[in-house]
Every structure is written in structure tokens, then in C-alpha cells.
Design a binder for this molecule. Structure first.
Ligand SMILES: *Cc1c(COP(=O)(O)O)cnc(C)c1O
Length: 453
């Protein structure tokens, strides 16, 4: 370790409180300090190169430091660094809103900006709630969310979240929600088998709304894949079924596309895969190509119109963050969308998705891999001690963590969710890079679990 790295590590350990991290054991393995990036690779302060196998926490789209995005930001920076959207407007926010209205599914024509996926979700929840308050149905005041849901870390988003490990401790601070069974077929909470079950987990929404629709303002779901739950791939048709049931009962549908948006599942938005047109949609992560923090909450004309009124009727949406719609972030997002079009990014995905599927097949044959799950370029590889009995490893063994540390030796950065190893490569990954990624994971698992197939 160079002296510079040593100094940085010491400062880090002394002062930086890392997210989702047990800081007591953090110093046990000196943290990697990333110095710069080259395409889909991260380079640490000692010059070691690593493939960015999780797109820097699910955000990188076209690779790091892409010249088109870099130029867009630096051009914008010379023109206007920041100006508020409270009472004023500016070109990047206006143009981006027009672009998003053009590519989002259905009638999502109105854009409310913020800075993180969590705030995009908070905003969707508040808009849904307020919509009914001022359109003659104040009794519609509760939400429906899924078991295993993850929608962010602010308190509204945590209220609709369904991951006990993250959310349980805050229970007394949260608003109550109706919880649907998690659409996780291997460990079906209803003890049923797909497809004979006829998606009873989705039908549960119909049963609930038969009696409760009068008090429910919206259903919120992650379309196709529950990311933070461990890349749980919902059964085909599940999303569409939920949406149809919500529509039937005149309950709003909020799609949290923060993780799935911008090509991750193979289409621009996961909702498109099942022809779903939500009333509200949360965007974040890949919106700027993974470069700057920008999020957006999309709303239909119906929702938007519910907020129109005379000044003193106070139907205004009283919400806004200081940096809402910052011009630099919007210019990055515009460049991101331009790259999608110019480089025909979506057309190039099927080949990569198939290649990932083939590599996962090989990994799934390993003795301690209980399940691999994939949708597009999002994948999870779940480890267990005893595959036949489905017996998980003891938590203190930190098998997921050990595997990703082994992958690091093979030049790949990954991050686990418990004992599920997440693979979420940038859309710009080449076949060679996907090979490096899957080979590292294969070898990492064999090394740590001590056995092959
Ligand atoms: C990451 C994520 C969020 C939260 O986004 P932040 O930018 O971390 O606040 C919300 N919903 C989903 C589905 C996510 O994956």
C-alpha cells in the first residue's frame, strides 16, 4: 500500500461513516480507495484495475467519464451552474422534461424533479395521497406495498418498504400499509407452486381491494424485479395483473423504476415489458447515466389536473428540494438519453443478456448455488449451505461478503445482498468484460465454498 493510500485509509476510518456498513468491522480489511475510472473499470489509488460489476450501485449506464456526458456537464457548467425551479425555469430542466414525457409509458407527461430515488418515491406517495384529498375522496388514505419491497431510506419510503432487516427498527415512526405476499416463487409465502397458483400473490390485491378500495389511495411496486430484496424476479404477468386489479378498483398505481429504468431489464422501462401504464413513476439511479444525483417523479395528466385550482384554494403541491432540477444534473440526463438513441443501446442488449444467461447457467450448477435469477442485465446468485434442503449459511459466516472479496482478487467489484451476489454490469459492458465478470464470480464461489459442481 502506498503512503498516499495509507493516509487516505486512516482518514476514512477516522471520519467517514459509510452507508449500510457495520463500522466496527470496516477497518478489518483496509477499504479500497477508488482514484479514477476508465470506461467500465475502476482504478484504485495503487493502480489496480477492477471491472465495475454493479455499475457503482446500479447507476452506470454507458461507462464512467463518458466524453459525451462529461462535455454536456462542462458546457453547462460554463453557462449556468445552478438556478432554482421555485419561481424560475431553465433550459436543461425544460428540455429534459419534454424528453422524459416522450419516452415514459402511457400518459406520464408531467415531471417533478428531486435528487434521489428515495425522494422520487416520497414525492409519488405524497402526490398520490394529496390527489385523493383534494378530489373528493379524503378517505382514500392508505397504501398497499409488497413484501420484500425496497423503495429507499427516507421515512415514507421506509413505511412502504418490506425488508425487516432494514425497516423493522423504525416501525413506531412509520405509517401503516397493507402488505401483499412477496412474489418470490422459490420461497412462496403462500406455500404455492407457480404456475398452478394462478399468481395468488397478485390475486391477494383483488381480495384486499374488494373490501378496502375505499380507503386505499395507491399500490406501489418495483416492476419485474425486486432489487434490494435480492434480485427477486417476479413471475411473468405479475406486474400487469397488479396494475389491472388496481385500475379495476380505481386505486392509483405507482411504479418504482428507480432500479429497473433506463434499460436494465432490456427495455427502456420495465413497465413496457408488460404494457403497464402507471399513474406515477419514480426514476433515479440511471437517469443521468450514473454520473450525477438526479431523480424524477412522473405523473399523468389526471393526477396533475387534481392539483390545479385558484391560488387561494391551496391545491398546490407544497414540496420542493433546494437543488430540485439542478441544470448540471439535467444536462447529464439529456446527454444520457442522447447516447441511448445515437448508440442504439437498447438494440445491443439482447446479445449481452443472452450471454449473461449462459454464464449464469454454468454458475447455477455449482454445489452451493441454490438459485440464479436474471432479468435483463440484473442478476442475483444466491448461495446456500445445503442446496437439497435449501438450508442457508449461518449469517456470521458472511459467505456473500467472502465471495465478493474473492472476486476482487480476480479484478471485479461486486456487492452482495446477504448471501445473494448481485451482478449488474453497465449496459456498455463488452462480451469480454461480461466474461471477466462471470469467470471471477464462478472462481470466487468455488474458492469460498470449497467445491465446484
Ligand atoms: C435504490 C432504490 C431506491 C432509492 O434510491 P436512492 O437514490 O438510493 O435514494 C428506491 N427504489 C428502488 C427500487 C431502488 O433500487
Amino acid at each position: 500500500m502506498s503512503e498516499k493510500t495509507e493516509n487516505l485509509v486512516e482518514l476514512d476510518v477516522s471520519h467517514v461513516w459509510h452507508p449500510f456498513t457495520q463500522m466496527k468491522i470496516w477497518p478489518d480489511e483496509p477499504p479500497l480507495i477508488i482514484d479514477h475510472a476508465e470506461g467500465n473499470w475502476l482504478v484504485d489509488t495503487d493502480g489496480r484495475r477492477y471491472f465495475d460489476g454493479v455499475s457503482s450501485l446500479w447507476v452506470t449506464v454507458h461507462g464512467h467519464n463518458h466524453p459525451v456526458i462529461t462535455k454536456a456537464i462542462s458546457d453547462q457548467l460554463r453557462k449556468l451552474d445552478h438556478s432554482t425551479l421555485l419561481g424560475l425555469s431553465h433550459e436543461p430542466a425544460v428540455c429534459l422534461a419534454g424528453e422524459l414525457a416522450g419516452i415514459c409509458p402511457g400518459d406520464l407527461k408531467h415531471v417533478f424533479y428531486s435528487e434521489s430515488g428515495s425522494t422520487a418515491v416520497e414525492i409519488a406517495l405524497k402526490i398520490a395521497y394529496q390527489y385523493w384529498q383534494q378530489t373528493g375522496h379524503p378517505e382514500k388514505n392508505t397504501f398497499v406495498a409488497l413484501g420484500g419491497a425496497y423503495h429507499g431510506d427516507t421515512l415514507g419510503a421506509v413505511s412502504v418498504g418490506g425488508i425487516d432487516l432494514f425497516h423493522q427498527v423504525y416501525k413506531p415512526l412509520l405509517f401503516p400499509v397493507h402488505r401483499l405476499p412477496q412474489p418470490f416463487c422459490r420461497l412462496c409465502p403462500l406455500g404455492k407452486k407457480h404456475p398452478g397458483c394462478d399468481m395468488a400473490c397478485a390475486q391477494a390485491l383483488d381480495e384486499l381491494l374488494e373490501t378496502k378500495a375505499k380507503e386505499v389511495c395507491a399500490v406501489i411496486a418495483e416492476p419485474l424485479v425486486q432489487g434490494a430484496a435480492g434480485m427477486i424476479v417476479e413471475p411473468e404477468g405479475y406486474l400487469r395483473r397488479l396494475w389491472e386489479i388496481a385500475r379495476k378498483h380505481d386505486v392509483l398505481f405507482i411504479a418504482d423504476e428507480v432500479a429497473t429504468g433506463f434499460g436494465r431489464t432490456g427495455k427502456m422501462f420495465a413497465c413496457e415489458q408488460e404494457g403497464v401504464e402507471p399513474d406515477l413513476m419514480a426514476l433515479g439511479k440511471g437517469l443521468t447515466g450514473g454520473v450525477l444525483p438526479l431523480a424524477a417523479t412522473m405523473a399523468t395528466a389526471r393526477i396533475y389536473d387534481g392539483f390545479l385550482g385558484e391560488y387561494d384554494e391551496f391545491k398546490t403541491f407544497f414540496h420542493g428540494h433546494t437543488y430540485t432540477g439542478n441544470p448540471l444534473t439535467c444536462s447529464a440526463a439529456l446527454a444520457n438519453l442522447r447516447l441511448f438513441e445515437e448508440q442504439e443501446v437498447l438494440a445491443g442488449l439482447p446479445e449481452k443478456i443472452d450471454y449473461l444467461a449462459k454464464g449464469l447457467e454454468r454458475i447455477s450448477s455449482l454445489e452451493h448455488v441454490v438459485e440464479v435469477r436474471q432479468k435483463g442485465l440484473m442478476a442475483g446468485v444466491e448461495l446456500c449451505e445445503d442446496k437439497a434442503r435449501g438450508k442457508p449459511y449461518a449469517q456470521h459466516l458472511r459467505m456473500g461478503h467472502k465471495v465478493i472479496m474473492a472476486c476482487r482478487k480476480h479484478g471485479v467489484i461486486l456487492r452482495p445482498l446477504g448471501d445473494t451476489i448481485v451482478m449488474l454490469p453497465p449496459l456498455s459492458s463488452s462480451m469480454e468484460e461480461l466474461h471477466v465478470l462471470m469467470d471471477a464470480l464462478f472462481r470466487g464461489i468455488v474458492h469460498v465454498t470449497g467445491s465446484g459442481s
